[in-house]
Ligand binder design. Structure first.
Ligand SMILES: C[S@@+](CC[C@H](N)C(=O)[O-])C[C@H]1O[C@@H](n2cnc3c(N)ncnc32)[C@H](O)[C@@H]1O
Length: 200
């Protein structure tokens, strides 16, 4: 049995507040993102629709809507809806003319056994071996972050994760020789990030 209560950070006072907050941080991301950089945001149905609208309102163009399909989702104990087994990952660039954003198309094809990679990515939930330093309620599998980073960056690029949690983004960035900046308003998760970093 797993709790659906992920913590205070996952709760919003109202729809209006949620959207205002999403617009605010997405605007800041736009300000600091290089013109050839891209942004990836994952979320569930509770937040991803507001994020999609906020991205467009703040000058981004959504290029893909990736569905991360989990092979072993926790069962839906209430039995009042279908079992939640996916997350959406939006990939967007700045909506500017001749935007030369990076997409390592050939590498993605190679990783997909010579076939164009599709926008449905199937993996298991984060493996226990990736949680040896402690637990974060929404820790992503390294496999997903590796794919994102390999698809859209090159070595020595700088990657920012403004809601880094246990820093899966950072661990993956490190393994792939990219620089990383992580932000979280929870000391507990920043400490977990450090433990993961030193454990490598
Ligand atoms: C979805 S989790 C990130 C999980 C991460 N991808 C991982 O693999 O561990 C979102 C994180 O955002 C943090 N957070 C929530 N509100 C925040 C805020 N206003 N400023 C900074 N961090 C915040 C939470 O503490 C939480 O760890």
């Amino acid at each position: 049995m797993v709790t659906v209560n992920k913590g205070k950070w996952d709760k919003y006072e109202s729809l209006k507040y949620k959207h205002k907050f999403n617009k605010k941080w997405i605007k800041e991301c736009y300000r600091i993102l290089k013109d050839d950089g891209t942004i990836w945001i994952s979320g569930t149905l509770h937040n991803i629709y507001s994020i999609g609208v906020a991205l467009e309102e703040e000058g981004f163009k959504i290029m893909n809507n990736i569905t991360w399909q989990k092979t072993n989702p926790p069962p839906n104990l209430a039995c009042k809806t279908f079992t939640h087994s996916t997350e959406t990952i939006l990939w967007a660039r700045k909506d500017i003319k001749r935007c030369k954003y990076k997409f390592n198309y050939e590498l993605m094809k190679e990783m997909n056994h010579g076939k164009q990679m599709k926008d449905v990515w199937t993996t298991s939930l984060t493996k226990p071996s990736e949680k040896k330093c402690g637990k974060h309620p929404t820790q992503k599998p390294l496999e997903i972050l590796d794919k994102i980073i390999l698809a859209s960056t090159k070595e020595n690029d700088i990657i920012l994760d403004p809601f880094c949690g246990s820093s899966t983004t950072g661990i993956s960035a490190n393994r792939l020789n990219r620089a990383y900046i992580g932000i979280d308003n929870s000391k507990e998760y920043l400490d977990l990030s450090k433990r993961r970093y030193f454990e490598q």
